[in-house]
Design a protein around this ligand. Structure first.
Ligand code: OGA
Ligand code: MN
Length: 295
């Protein structure tokens, strides 16, 4: 595959030697995995996929994640997406038009505008997310990514030592509660048990350390809730400084693959009355070293 470094940020663009519609050889899968381990973001431009084609492409990298759909799928039915493993990251209803801004799916997607790692609130969490662009608004709606490897490296030694061995609890609805949306049933609140993850994790393929934080995290073990939350807020502020960020401006037919272990992302503001249509497929990080250590 031919690649080039993404300018103004981190990650690589694949510029040749990959057809997302053709089955990949094991060597190609390994090559893409290696690019993801090293760069955390892979961009593929101008290769439109149907939702089924996107699913087939994604399946080659591992079992699929349903993530937050376990909370919402039964309730958010005004969508053109019928496959359980596909996230409808759009404001488009069954009739192909933008739904009202009060629609539950629009409210859920607003939480995507806060820095997060997909499905960090569950075990296993998400490994790769693949977001594919179908339609974009005339203004806004970019997606930003931050590099948690570089952010870890830039911590001072005392903070690295303090964080060593500490874990944070991640809960699926914490970000929604922060936005003032607590209109969930007890069944929805209990749909995904909170998950504890080390704040500093290691990529087993490269040995490289990275932070693992984001807006799903709500407390740190051994600290009071306020002290832990303040520290999580400080770490998030540190990790989302301009020098760690890549901002992606979507074109139809783009696919961005990101490593949820080593990056955070957030959508940016746009006019909710304009159509914005992306599709997300996600793999589970079912080989995470922490999973085999669990008692
Ligand atoms: C997502 C997500 C951000 C965006 O699809 O997981 O967070 O820009 N999307 O829509
Ligand atoms: Mn997301």
């Amino acid at each position: 595959m031919e690649t080039r470094q993404i300018e103004d940020g981190f990650g690589v663009e694949i510029t040749g030697g990959l057809d997302v519609l053709a089955p990949l050889s094991p060597a190609q899968v390994a090559e893409l995995d290696a690019l993801m381990d090293e760069h955390s973001i892979v961009l593929i431009r101008n290769q439109p996929m149907t939702t089924d084609q996107q699913l087939a492409f994604t399946r080659q990298f591992g079992p699929l994640d349903q993530g937050f759909k376990k909370v919402t799928a039964k309730w958010n039915t005004n969508t053109q997406v019928t496959q359980a493993e596909v996230g409808d990251i759009s404001n488009i209803g069954k009739d192909g038009k933008p739904v009202p801004r009060t629609d539950k799916r629009v409210l859920n997607n607003i939480a995507n505008q806060m820095w997060h790692s997909d499905s960090s609130f569950q075990k296993p969490a998400a490994k790769y997310s693949m977001l594919h662009s179908v339609r974009n608004p005339s203004w806004g709606g970019d997606t930003e990514f931050t590099d948690l490897k570089a952010a870890y490296d830039a911590l001072d030694d005392r903070m690295k030592e303090f964080l060593d061995g500490k874990e944070a609890e991640h809960y699926a609805l914490h970000s929604r509660f922060l936005l003032g949306d607590d209109s969930y049933t007890e069944e929805q609140k209990a749909a995904i048990d909170p998950a504890w993850w080390p704040i500093v994790r290691v990529n087993p393929a490269t040995g490289r350390k990275h932070l693992f934080i984001g807006v799903h995290a709500r407390q740190i073990d051994g600290l009071t809730v306020p002290e832990g939350r303040m520290m999580l807020a400080d770490l998030l502020e540190h990790a989302t400084q301009q020098q760690f960020i890549y901002r992606h401006k979507w074109q139809t037919g783009d696919t961005v693959i990101w490593d949820n272990r080593a990056t955070l992302h957030r959508g940016r503001h746009f006019d909710l009355d304009e159509p914005r249509e992306l599709r997300r497929t996600t793999t589970l990080d079912d080989q995470a070293p922490e999973l085999s250590l669990a008692s």
